[in-house]
Design a protein around this ligand. Structure first.
Ligand SMILES: Cc1ncc(COP(=O)(O)O)c(C=O)c1O
Length: 387
């Protein structure tokens, strides 16, 4: 089956008896077993609310199909999905290599938290190739963590090369695949051991729930992820699993529209005098574009633009004039967003040297002309503030 069919059918009951289209929300702490044999069976499947109910299993199955993995487990947020996936493979004395362009809280988890427990952490240039990674690998390297494209700066990584270097050095490759929604990129097919998503973004898709997904390539990896989440006491509300599964059903339709609008806005912004450069993975000028072209089947709604240097009051005027683009964190919902981001504060291996402000745009599902008009109005306000 193709992805568009999988996301509609996966995780749904196919019994002959009448049933709702969507699997219902099953909330539980205690699960009751009618007989001892049922109890024994439950130990292997569904036995306690924290480990998930039929609602969670339905979403997990659907994501496994989409990512092309062995098994998926849910986490209460995208951040915890990233962190638990790393924790599943490291202990005191081990070493983690993480992309310099990672989502900052993931970066901080490695830098500030893992190091307290005797885990060594090094950052690598997001454009690193196989030899670069091989040179950074140590005998104790257990995890290479990638995020492609990178948060804020959108470098597209060479995932097959990273997988090769990681595996030759005895480490696993974990990829934050949030930007593609699991739809435009398949890290597991490219060699990754684990593909993680903030399902909060495109999967849930409506800016109203937080959830993470961790998809393992193999049974061995899946066991490690399962025990990490279990031992962390991780729990996902059934209502959130339901919302994410409902969101997933329209993922392909939404993503295609996000893609179209983001590409059009990126092109439009690229022609503006105020913009120094646009950073969109599907544009040739994007660092790592060749990897996007080879490994992705499309592009989502999130991209960036570096403005020519502008005084802060004028930048504030730009933001304050926006009517459709919301000023807010996160992305992947149906609405357009714009934030001023600061990559220079979150880099060590490959410093960010642009002088002008970096704006991150999320192209939502609003009418494209209305979105352009909104930006036009904001640029006008910026120009007036500079007079
Ligand atoms: C690339 C990426 N990964 C992970 C996360 C964390 O997701 P959550 O907000 O669900 O914890 C985010 C959130 O912005 C993100 O952008």
């Amino acid at each position: 089956m193709k992805d568009d069919t999988k996301i509609i059918t996966a995780g749904r009951a196919h019994g002959r008896r009448a049933h709702p289209v969507n699997p219902p929300v099953v909330r539980a702490s205690t699960i009751l077993f009618p007989t001892y044999d049922d109890y024994l069976e439950g130990v292997r499947t569904i036995n306690y609310g924290r480990l998930g109910t039929a609602t969670h299993r339905a979403l997990e199955q659907a994501i496994t199909g989409l990512e092309g993995g062995f098994e998926t487990r849910l986490a209460p947020s995208g951040l915890q999905a990233c962190n638990a996936a790393i924790l599943a493979f490291v202990g005191a004395g081990d070493h983690v290599l993480i992309t310099d362009a990672a989502y900052d809280p993931t970066r901080k988890f490695c830098e500030k938290f893992l190091t307290r427990f005797g885990v060594e952490v090094d950052f690598y240039d997001p454009l690193a190739g196989k030899d670069d990674i091989a040179a950074l690998m140590k005998p104790n390297t257990k995890v290479v963590f990638a995020e492609s494209p990178g948060s804020l700066t959108f470098e597209v990584q060479d995932l097959p090369a990273l997988a090769q270097a990681a595996h030759e050095g005895g480490a696993v490759l974990i990829v934050d695949n949030t930007w593609s929604g699991g739809y435009f990129c398949k890290p597991i097919a490219l060699g990754a051991d684990v593909s993680v998503q903030a399902g909060t973004k495109y999967i849930a898709g409506h800016a109203d729930c937080l959830i993470g997904t961790i998809t393992s390539a193999s049974e061995e990896t899946a066991k490690k992820i399962y025990y990490a989440l279990l031992q962390l006491g991780s729990n996902v509300a059934a209502d959130d699993a339901y919302l994410a599964l409902r969101g997933l059903r329209t993922l392909s339709a939404r993503l295609k529209r996000h893609e179209e609008s983001a590409l059009a806005l990126a092109k439009w912004l690229g022609k503006r005098g105020e913009v120094k450069r646009v950073i969109h993975p599907a544009q040739k000028s994007c660092p790592g574009y060749a990897h996007w072209k080879r490994d992705f089947t499309g592009s989502s709604g999130l991209f960036g633009a570096v403005l020519k240097p502008v005084p802060l009051p004028a930048l504030k005027a730009f933001f304050n004039a926006l009517k459709l683009f919301g000023i807010g964190f996160s992305w992947g919902g149906f609405e357009s967003l714009c934030v001023h981001v600061h990559p220079e504060e979150h880099r060590s291996a490959a410093p960010w040297t642009e002088e002008g402000p970096v704006l991150r745009f999320h192209a939502g599902l609003e009418d494209l002309d209305d979105l352009k008009n909104d930006l036009e109005g904001a640029f006008t306000a910026m120009a007036i503030a500079q007079k």
